[in-house]
Design a protein around this ligand. Sequence first.
Ligand code: AMP
Length: 307
Amino acid sequence: MSLTVVGSIAYDTVRTPFGERQRMLGGAATHFALAASFFDEVRPVGPVGDDFTDEDLAILATRGTSTDDVERVAGGKTFFWEGEYGWDLNSRETIDTQLNVFETFQPKLSAAARACDVLFLANIQPQLQLDVLEACDGPRFTAMDSMNLWIDIARDDLVKVIERVDCVILNDAELRQLTEKPNLVSAAREVLKWGPSVVVAKQGEYGAALVTGESFFALPAYPLETVVDPTGAGDTFAGGFVGWLAKNAEDTPSDAALRQAMAYGTALASYNVEEFGMERVTRLTLDEVHDRVEAIRDLTQFTVEVR
Ligand code: AMP
């Protein structure tokens, strides 16, 4: 079993009220891979420049992730993103985005990457997501993420991707922007009409909501008192969610499986934000992940008497 992911592999400069990191390892595919590697063999697809260090490639390879489909572009520069958070960490401003090697990248997937049984299209240009979707042999489950930038400048391509995947994982505000529906449930139901059978709305510190044709489920975030850097929380959630499904679910995951996957995504995302970048998830253990899922289960037990 294997899980192919395409998305940014990046250097990030991040400022939060707790400090700053210059050009640390980041990227949507990187955060996703670090989380999903607990559950499956992950194959990130994407380019890096000659500025990308062997140490960072080794971090991407954590827990057996294959870096065979990471292409080093001679003379090129790695994707760069710079962001700054407000005092309560709920608002974030993008200061700079440089696509660099992603601007002209044409994916050439290895046979192993094409033969994946689960595919995740992490955040990157929708055209590139489409190219990778086309190249794969027919994964049994496909999921995707995106962001406001691509809704603004490449909406038509983005809709083409959405029409072809099983599961869409987007921020709450992005779902509303994409569908032009101010109400989250209507926005999710609109996306379900376009083709996918599962929509996950990420809601930052408030958790995530799961919408399918038949059901609605919401899970709060794990209540942390200290959040240091929220960068990559969404991708780490997606890595836990999709990775858990890749290992444990049927081709068409049941509601019970989707809810369990939500708990794993939530647990992994909560660890990610405790430190900058990949620092915490790189040295995380599966026992710690299970412990936090147990804690989430204990915290959210809800029985109500109707009388
Ligand atoms: P998140 O905090 O989950 O939204 O993800 C943050 C990660 O997304 C960072 O590590 C960035 O490198 C990456 N990122 C930021 N902007 C883009 C973009 N336009 N396309 C692809 N990845 C991006």
